[in-house]
Design a protein around this ligand. Structure first.
Ligand SMILES: CC[C@H](C(=O)O)C(=O)SCCNC(=O)CCNC(=O)[C@H](O)C(C)(C)COP(=O)(O)OP(=O)(O)OC[C@H]1O[C@@H](n2cnc3c(N)ncnc32)[C@H](O)[C@@H]1OP(=O)(O)O
Length: 253
């Protein structure tokens, strides 16, 4: 059973779906490979947008797959995984077409980092979301913290990260993290959200997106992400982090 699907939709966008609902769509190395493939295909000339979502309606994405990543003990082992995903999310962030995180369910940890790397976030009403890494004695480690501070006012971004709490989609729309809410028919809602953009020449969309990419380059975002990854790898080694992961895994073994 594949961990993802990539579908080219007749309206000219790619739909990437994480298909690991049995693990609340946690990201393992296969999902990372799928994201790389989707990003490469989205760079092809006829693709006008990329939508990322999760299978079923329990979760959009529960972040890193703890059943795999709990085997990473040292900062070097953690850095290898974290930097791989950080590079993927930076490629996603800087895709010169509109990207949407279609948040069909709960989104926590690295799942929020995936979502913030998209241009827009549409969420089902009532879902829970949070940058929970702080509760696990680590920080964001895929670049999501650095990217969040590019997209939200600093104080709001820092509060979301430092508190590491779960919020409702409604609260996060208030905070400016979520751009739109829906109840059902996620794909139709998302297509309606993109409709006017998808009517425009691809070169117009690409030119506008390059304005933001230019800003992120001038703000040395890629270097700041690298520092975030290194800091997270250092914290990864802490007993507090390993204790959290052990507790999570114990409940499930
Ligand atoms: C830098 C990013 C960083 C990283 O790891 O690299 C992170 O992403 S840190 C954050 C890692 N993620 C988590 O800590 C989330 C853990 N999961 C949960 O808190 C809950 O599962 C939740 C809130 C996502 C959903 O809760 P719900 O009650 O709906 O489901 P269950 O907890 O019963 O889980 C169902 C099923 O899914 C498995 N599962 C869920 N999340 C993960 C995960 N992140 N990795 C691996 N497996 C996960 C869980 O073990 C259950 O499986 P089962 O076989 O039934 O026990």
């Amino acid at each position: 059973m594949s961990a993802y699907t990539i579908e080219k939709r007749e309206k000219g966008y790619l739909l990437f779906t994480i298909t690991r609902s049995e693990k609340r769509n946690a990201i393992n190395y296969e999902v990372m490979k799928g994201l790389e493939e989707a990003i490469n295909r989205a760079s092809e000339s006829d693709i006008r947008a990329l939508i990322i979502t999760g299978e079923e309606d329990h979760a959009f994405c529960s972040g890193g797959d703890l059943s795999v990543f709990h085997l990473l003990h040292t900062k070097e082992e953690a850095y290898s995984m974290l930097s791989k995903m950080a590079a993927i999310l930076y490629s996603l962030l800087t895709l010169p077409i509109p990207t949407v995180a279609l948040i069909n369910g709960t989104v926590v940890g690295g799942g929020c980092e995936l979502a913030v790397s998209c241009d827009f976030r549409l969420a089902r009403k009532g879902i829970k979301a949070g940058f929970v890494q702080g509760k696990q004695a680590i920080t964001t480690g895929w670049g999501g913290g650095s990217i969040l501070t590019e997209k939200l006012p600093t104080a709001i971004a820092m509060k979301l990260l430092m508190e590491a709490e779960l919020h409702t989609a409604e609260e996060l729309k208030e905070a400016g993290f979520i751009d739109g809410l829906f109840e059902k028919e996620a794909i139709q809602v998302c297509e309606a959200y993109l409709e006017k953009m998808l009517e425009k020449d691809l070169s117009v969309l690409q030119s506008y997106k390059r304005l933001w990419i230019r800003k992120w380059e001038e703000n040395k975002l890629r270097e700041r992400i690298e520092e975030e990854v290194k800091n997270c790898a250092l914290l990864w080694e802490s007993d507090a982090h390993h204790d959290y992961v052990k507790t999570f895994m114990k409940k499930r073994l």
